[in-house]
Design a protein around this ligand. Structure first.
Ligand code: UN1
Length: 492
């Protein structure tokens, strides 16, 4: 199967004659070939999106939303097919593949609902016979750059609010996972989304991403990916005065206090540290545990980890799938070496798995370190794999201090039964997402998603907050007094 760009409602071969293979990380099997795009392809897509946007902005928002209801309905109808494609190209286990597709369906219906809201404000004027209000206005053509770890959900967090509010878009999916974008393009075609509203351009960040950011007709860039790339996106975007929304790395922690339900904490840690093989921005990478329960937690985690089955995510009994590619696998393994060199105690895992069928794919053993120094690299840097570090603490204040000591601020969690502890924690943890008595992942689409410090730049995906990325506020004053009334002057 060969994947081509979807531009102006048509399937178009990219200018570059080179095809690259898309492979299944579970077994190395080739799934498709994708042609990489050139700057010319980007220009074509932007031109189509620009023409389409003029008309799309005039379609009443509830009518724009009708397309989203249809998209949601078809995604629901095709849920199993989409989940299987997702699991094959990205590797997450099929149960999680279904969960991610569901996240996209939820987003479709949620944002479709916004078509009849898109609330602005009406407010009294300081002058008589004058009306004041604000409305959300579309911005124009938006550029979306999405990661491989959530190939569909994250794209829906960005594209659905963009189109319901009257923009058109150009989407560059990650090179490792173009198939979900192709599937979504087929759905856009099926619902009859007007040509040019949704455009998909496959290709590299250096060519397609850069061309998108530099193009004068692309007004907004929404990016999810590494902090390193996000920084370049922001720098380049800044030079071109783009509105840039970034969602980047995490170094999320679960705090386990001495009064916690340890059984529940073990389940929460396992799920958020090793689910998706740790390849979530929201994955738990640190466990900050009260010294009075540290040893018991270690024992319980080790016991529970014995039951984690690793393999091809298409097998319903498998709990942990592969790592996206060989480079990522090597990076994870090099962090484990760093941890050992830094003097942390390796309790479990720490190896690339290659027994039998596993040799065909990229698998890493779920890894548990303890006695990790809070200042060490494995306690501070994002690993993006199934590696978790236990750090001992003696008080809530210390736990919060350790949690907040990293450069990232996406997600955090606390296990405790004490209401005072919980409320202090939710006030003082400086992350964009906080969980109480649950792990660090599992955000729902109707709340803002994003983080503080090195995780973001003040914007949010999903939730009603996403509309702020894709709209400008227009404040409108209607004077019906029939005379000149000067604000701040004639009303005193
Ligand atoms: C991500 O890892 O970038 O909360 C997204 C979660 C999912 C989304 C994760 N709903 O883990």
């Amino acid at each position: 199967m060969q994947l081509n760009n979807y531009i102006d409602g048509k399937w178009q071969e990219a200018g570059n004659a080179k095809y690259v293979s898309v492979t299944n990380p579970a077994n190395g099997e080739e799934l498709a070939q994708v042609r990489l795009s050139t700057i010319d392809d980007v220009n074509k897509a932007v031109a189509a999106a620009k023409v389409a946007q003029k008309k799309w902005a005039l379609v009443p928002a509830p009518k724009r939303a009708d397309y989203l209801y249809e998209i949601g309905r078809i995604m629901k109808e095709k849920k199993e097919h989409l989940s299987q494609v997702l699991t094959k190209e990205m590797g997450k286990v099929i149960e999680e593949g279904r969960g991610e597709v569901q996240e996209g369906i939820d987003m479709a219906f949620y944002m479709a609902g916004e078509g009849r809201r898109l609330f602005g404000q009406t407010t009294p004027s300081e002058l008589s016979d004058k009306f004041a209000m604000s409305v959300r206005a579309p911005i124009g053509v938006v550029g979306l750059i999405t990661p491989w770890n959530f190939p569909v959900a994250i794209a829906t967090w960005k594209s659905f609010p963009a189109i319901v509010s009257g923009n058109t878009f150009l989407w560059k999916p990650a090179t490792d996972t173009p198939m979900m974008a192709y599937e979504m393009a087929k759905i856009f075609e099926e619902v009859g989304l007007p040509a040019g509203v949704a455009n998909i351009v496959f290709g590299s960040g250096s060519t397609v991403g850069t061309a998108m950011i530099e193009h004068p007709d692309v007004k907004v860039i929404s990016f999810t990916g590494s902090t390193e790339t996000g920084r370049s996106v922001a720098e380049l975007g800044g030079r071109h005065l783009k509105k840039v929304s970034l969602e980047m790395g995490g170094k999320n922690a679960v705090i386990v206090m001495d009064d916690a339900d340890l059984g529940l904490a073990v389940e929460g840690i396992l799920w958020s540290a090793f689910g998706t093989a740790g390849q979530r921005c929201t994955a738990c990478s640190r466990v900050i545990v009260h010294k009075d329960v540290k040893e018991e937690l270690e024992q319980r985690l080790l016991e529970a980890m014995k039951h984690l089955t690793i393999g091809d995510g298409m097998d319903e009994s498998v709990k942990i799938g592969p790592i996206i590619n060989k480079n990522a696998l090597e990076k994870i393994h090099s962090y484990v070496q760093i941890g050992i060199d830094e003097g942390a105690t390796l309790l479990a895992g720490g190896e690339i798995l290659s027994d039998g069928q596993l040799a065909l794919g990229n698998y890493y053993a779920p890894t548990l370190f303890t006695n990790v120094d809070k200042e060490s690299r494995i306690a501070k840097e994002e690993i993006f794999g199934p590696v978790v570090s236990l750090i001992g603490i003696s008080s809530l204040e210390e736990a919060i201090e350790v949690n907040n000591s990293v450069v990232f601020g996406l997600s955090s969690s606390i296990f405790s039964r004490d209401v005072n502890t919980i409320f202090k924690a939710q006030r003082d943890l400086d992350t964009g997402i906080i969980y109480v008595n649950a792990g660090t992942s599992g955000a729902e689409i109707h709340l803002p998603f994003g983080g503080t410090k090195g995780t973001g730049n003040g914007h949010r995906d999903s939730g009603v907050a996403a509309l702020d990325v894709y709209t400008e506020w227009k404040s409108i004053y209607v004077d019906f007094s029939g005379k000149l009334q000067r604000a701040q002057i004639d009303n005193s």
